[in-house]
Design a protein. Structure first.
Length: 200
């Protein structure tokens, strides 16, 4: 069917991007997604927030020489701030992939968001927008009461834990980073930055 063929082509476009970025390692493209620890994820993030997804806004825009692809802006109302954006404000996370009408694009490394979902998000600046730090590694679902963060063995938060435990780990990571800067030595975040180059 024509519609099915077009959809497959759009999926292949983003699949081609993933292969291109990993195999060529072009400096203008995000490099292969490197595994992060929770402390490194915290240190590399500009914002660490808990909030509710209030809107998903999809649109087309050019991306790294692939022509126009679909992006989704995820609007999150901040309910609790561990770092950065204040509670009561809204932030926008740009995600590669989305759906416009019958057109659909998907990137395996992009996090998934659902309107109405409560989430913990680690976000950093990338090309003039906020993206989830470490791609899918920077987003976690949270219970409606905000008490439990749902982890995954493949992610920096590897199992279900209390939000309080995550907050404590983030505080320790930021304190460690501050001590490293104060001592004039290269901390883990700086060392990893040298290793990963253009990785997000």
């Amino acid at each position: 069917m024509p519609g099915s063929t077009k959809k497959n082509r759009r999926r292949l476009t983003l699949a081609a991007f993933a292969v291109w970025s990993v195999t060529l390692g072009a400096s203008s493209l995000p490099a292969a997604v490197l595994p992060y620890t929770l402390p490194l994820l915290a240190q590399k993030s500009r914002h660490i927030i808990v909030g509710e997804v209030v809107a998903l806004e999809c649109y087309r825009a050019p991306f790294h020489g692939l022509g126009d692809v679909i992006f989704t802006d995820v609007v999150i109302r901040v309910e609790r701030s561990l770092k950065g954006a204040a509670a009561g404000t809204e932030i926008r996370i740009q995600v590669l992939g989305g759906e416009i009408g019958t057109a659909f694009q998907h990137c395996a490394e992009s996090p998934r968001f659902v309107k109405g979902e409560k989430v913990l998000v680690f976000a950093r600046d990338y090309q003039g927008a906020l993206w989830a730090t470490g791609w899918h590694q920077g987003k976690y679902s949270v219970d409606r009461d905000g008490s439990t963060v749902h982890g995954d063995p493949k992610l920096p938060i590897g199992r279900d834990v209390s939000l309080a435990a995550v907050e404590e780990e983030v505080r320790r990571a930021m304190a460690s980073a501050s001590r490293s800067v104060g001592e004039g030595s290269a901390g883990p975040a700086q060392a990893a930055a040298k290793q990963e180059g253009a990785a997000r």
